[in-house]
Design a protein around this ligand. Structure first.
Ligand SMILES: [Zn+2]
Length: 93
């Protein structure tokens, strides 16, 4: 693992802390939605991801390997969602 995640543990929240923003983006409750890490294959709920919210955007990392699963950056005009770290996101109908 090239990235060091241990130094930021005091800034870490769990994914539930981002529930409001995820609801705003997807229009459905997302914290109980399953997802799979594209790096290590760990499967879990979005609410189980490790959230880092102190930076310019929000980073959600895999709790098993530390891979960045989701990256969300908000600007006045748009929300940018980088989900390349997830094999999939599941949105309930
Ligand atoms: Zn992982």
């Amino acid at each position: 693992m090239a990235e060091r995640i241990d130094i930021n543990h005091e800034l870490m929240l769990d994914g539930n802390a981002t529930a409001g923003l995820l609801y705003e983006i997807f229009g459905v409750e997302m914290t109980a939605s399953p997802t799979e890490c594209a790096h290590c294959g760990n499967q879990g709920e979005i609410g189980d991801l490790l959230a880092f919210t102190q930076g310019p955007g929000i980073i959600l990392r895999c709790p098993a390997c530390g891979n960045v699963t989701l990256r969300i950056v908000q600007t006045p005009e748009a929300i940018f969602l980088d989900a390349r770290g997830a094999v999939y996101l599941r949105l309930s109908r």
